[in-house]
Design a protein around this ligand. Structure first.
Ligand code: KMT
Ligand code: NI
Length: 174
């Protein structure tokens, strides 16, 4: 795992877009992001149990597994969105980038590699992309009744109660 400010330069979303400015673990923690590296899947099982996640699936995002729709899917995952529940992703193989919005609405790019597990809080705006290797195998964990339908950013999501709760918690409002 490595986090840095996205450079906002044009070019393929799968390129690193590394501004060279690091994002500290403290800042990530203020955004409500948790991350671990768990080579042993038993540690993932423990997180799932502790947070009451009952279901999971595995997805392999690559041209080999997705064929013609790969490029389309990659663009879709890159649409900025939020969820009304937290999002847990565990990288089984390969890697990829999750971009999350910082306090001033700039993108923080989080590079995930094999065995990284990340928990994003409900209400955070984010997007995902594969990197130039075009290969992400990931486990997606969800509760029985998942509320992680992607809600694309817009005037509606800015007013969403989970969004408001997230911003209040992040910025320390009472
Ligand atoms: C998401 O929410 O964008 C995803 O789940 C991306 C695929 S999992 C690495
Ligand atoms: Ni998401």
């Amino acid at each position: 795992m490595r986090a840095y400010w996205f450079d906002n330069l044009p070019g393929d979303q799968r390129e690193p877009h590394d501004s060279g400015r690091e994002v500290s673990p403290e800042y990530l923690s203020k955004l409500g992001i948790l991350h671990y590296n768990y080579p042993d899947v038993e540690d993932v099982n423990a997180v799932a149990k502790q947070r009451d996640y009952k279901n999971r699936d595995e997805i392999t995002i690559s041209p080999e597994t997705m064929g013609d729709v790969y490029e389309e899917k990659v663009k879709m995952f890159f649409n900025e969105h939020l969820h009304e529940d937290e999002e847990i992703r565990y990288i089984l193989d390969g890697g990829g980038f999750f971009d999350v919005r910082g306090k001033d609405d700039d993108w923080v790019r989080i590079q995930l590699e094999k065995h990284d597990l990340m928990i994003m809080p409900a209400g955070i705006y984010h997007r995902f992309t594969t990197d130039t290797k075009n290969y992400t195998k990931a486990m997606r964990l969800f509760k029985e009744d998942p509320k992680w339908t992607p809600l694309n950013r817009g005037a509606e999501t800015d007013k969403n109660q989970y969004r408001k709760q997230y911003v209040n918690a992040r910025d320390g409002a009472a």
